[in-house]
Design a protein around this ligand. Structure first.
Ligand SMILES: [Zn+2]
Length: 374
């Protein structure tokens, strides 16, 4: 959500939709060869890992989501995000209360990831105010703090300078988060295609068509992607005791070598797969497989699935089920997975690696995600 991401769900869901009278909650798989049976078998295997999706935006407190999460043995990190350009995402109070309601109706399966407003960073007392807010969110059980691409792609100082994620104004906040053993979820920069001319073959083509205000190619005055990632790397290096999980493959989606380089350099850095699984499909299979095995402690499963209060629950449940089934097939089996008219063979990762990507790494990188008494 709020990245080139939601378009994936829509595209890949087509053709996988569960047909039938009831909600697609059942995973009592018959194992038959129909598309439904296939999906149910994948969801059943997925559920056996006690999966944790570390990147969801579930803002609708419909008990049906709790039922789905229970059936799939699923937990999630429910992420607040602030963007003053978007009326659905410009109010942290509202989002926080939605996320806390969702946590309640899911019996704690959806954990709370808060954020803070970076916009008034030049006002006196900025970091103290942000820290006071985080303090109360931590007391309410927040396990992580999101920072967002408005740093580097939207915010400017009064002097007209682009504000980067390693701006000294944010440093006391990062120190505070590290000292309280919470984790930063860093959605910084965007896919390479955000800086490139429109290309209908790109996974992100539809997103930037719908969100021209977030399309860097149309704003040549914005900082380069390399400059934003350098600022992100600097913040990771300057805060070695702060765990940073780079959302969306850390915006290094086109080549796993870029991630490997950072993992070798920064032991406090990991990534989630949210909305970028197709980028793993389109890279050479053997290379991606070897990367995931080598860095099996540094990649966390996430989707970016999002539900606003006004969204249709049934449609959302179908999308969640088909996304989890597709992703499981891709990571865990050697079956074919379709994406944008192409067929890709699943990675068939070894069971211990799947256990880490779908569960163990989330527990390690987000202490508290399993709730009290963990
Ligand atoms: Zn997101």
């Amino acid at each position: 959500m709020k990245s080139s991401g939601m378009c994936f769900g829509v595209l890949v869901t087509a053709g996988l939709l569960v047909v039938g009278a009831g909600l697609p909650l059942g995973i009592e798989a018959s194992g038959d060869a129909t598309p439904d049976g296939d999906q149910n078998a994948a969801l059943k295997a997925f559920a056996q890992t006690n999966p944790i999706d570390v990147h969801i935006h579930l803002y609708k407190d419909d008990p049906a989501f709790g039922v789905l999460m229970q059936r799939l043995q699923l937990r999630g990190l429910d992420i607040c995000v602030l963007d003053d350009r978007d009326p659905d995402f410009n109010n942290l109070e509202r989002q926080r209360s939605e996320v806390l309601k969702v946590r309640q109706i899911t019996g704690g399966r959806a954990a709370f990831c808060t954020t803070f407003s970076p916009y008034d960073f030049e006002k006196p007392g900025f970091s103290e105010r942000a820290i006071r807010q985080l303090d109360s969110d931590f007391a309410a059980g927040a396990v992580a703090v999101k920072i967002y691409k408005v740093m580097g792609m939207e915010m400017k100082s009064k002097a007209g300078k682009w504000v980067m994620p390693d701006d000294p104004a944010f440093e006391p906040i990062y120190k505070y988060i590290a000292a309280h053993n919470r984790t930063v979820v860093a959605h910084l920069a965007e896919p390479d295609s955000c800086w490139q001319p429109p290309n209908p073959a790109s996974p992100d083509y539809d997103y930037y068509k719908k969100h021209p205000g977030e399309y860097a190619y149309a704003h040549p005055e914005w900082p380069s992607k390399a400059a934003i990632l350098a600022a992100r790397d600097h913040l990771v290096a300057e805060n070695p005791t702060l765990r940073v999980v780079g959302a969306h493959l850390g915006s290094m989606e086109t080549d796993v070598d870029q991630m490997a380089q950072r993992f070798d350099r920064y032991p406090n850095f990991a990534v989630d797969t949210a909305a970028r699984v197709p980028y793993l499909m389109i890279q050479p299979r053997d290379k991606v497989r070897a990367f995931l095995i080598k860095y099996q402690d540094r990649v966390l499963y996430g989707t970016d699935l999002g539900v606003l209060p006004r969204d249709d629950t049934r449609k959302a449940l179908e999308e969640w089920s088909s996304t989890y089934a597709r992703d499981w097939k891709f990571f865990a089996t050697d079956q074919s997975v379709e994406y944008m008219g192409h067929t890709y063979k699943g990675l068939a990762l070894p069971q211990p690696v799947l256990a880490k990507i779908f569960h163990d790494n989330a527990v390690h990188w987000f202490p508290g995600i399993l709730g009290a008494g963990q």
